[in-house]
Design a protein around this ligand. Sequence first.
Ligand code: PLP
Length: 385
Amino acid sequence: MTRIYLDNASTTPVAPDIVKELLPFLETQFGNASSIHAFGQQTRNALELAREELAKEIGAKPSEVFFTSSGTEADNLALKGVVLSTLGEPIQIITSKLEHKAVLETIEWLQKKFSVAVDYVEHDAHGRLDLDDLKQKIRPNCLNLISIMHANNELGNINPIKAIAEIAKSYNAIFHTDAVQSAGKLKLNVDELGVDMMAISGHKFYAPKGIGAIYIRTGVQVESLLHGGTHERNRRASTENVAFSVALAKAFRQSQQNLQQENLHIASLQKAFLESLSELNVPFSLNGDEANKLPHILNLSFPIPTKQKLAGDVLLLALDAAGVAVSSGSACTSGTAKPSHVLLALGKTEHEARASVRVSFSKFNTIEEVQQAATRVAEVLKRLL
Ligand code: PLP
């Protein structure tokens, strides 16, 4: 049985041409980018070119781009960095319950450790945010830090970032967006979006795992979380990961250049998958904002009767046994798969959340693969419905 990988919102394979780009920096060009000798200067140049390349693609200055080890670290740096730089001043963070744990857990930690005020924007059953509620939640006489993701990693919903940025601007709030899922799928221009900080992660757009980046607009004060050397202009001490930074920048540029073509292919995969499910008479409903979502993420709920006790990740495991890799968006903690916090926040019951899966496509998937996957999904569901 060939396994079919439809969990690309979790991570993508590294594109073969990106592997080629990064290998020289593991083999021959291995110098420490902070060394003053020629080996170091060679990698320093490559690193700064990668920074320039990424900055150009997102419409930023190179001095506003910082490489990190992941999207999680980028989100942590943005949120903790702002709070630590304003300690002693009143600050409120406004976010939503639909954010990734990299944002939610960081904010909860800040709330516990530093008594930072936190509020959550209301949303409807499709995950659409209520911007009037956002306006009402902004507090006078304090610094408001808004953190709203560009696109949701479980539902694919694209949030109205420009409108949120306008609200943030009119109240002098700082606006961070987690663009980890939209990077590689949507055009990301920091001025057009109007954001002050933006996190991305290489492994969502065919670069390796373990590399991310944060855009920080000039003038936004962000305290460093790692201390040591003066790397990344004092914002992140650590010997730079030149190979992966180069890979991230190349993969990002490639994704931006091929955006339309790749998205068209991915949309055709989504269509073929849904059509096959319908032809096979699989009952399902779609979660999220169908009119306004990323092309590569589908979140489906199946009407599995409650008498089928869906403990943990039973559905995912059954699909995996049938050779289809998808995900639930659940966090697996000490062996207990919790139902998705996003689906619960949309008002689903635990059972409904466990009867849902996220299917996510990449540019490497084929129509035949997704049709085959739909056939296997239908077979698994026949036993459960
Ligand atoms: N934010 C979002 C929206 C994500 O989807 C992810 C990863 O799934 C992250 C943050 C974390 O990124 P990383 O895996 O690079 O830490």
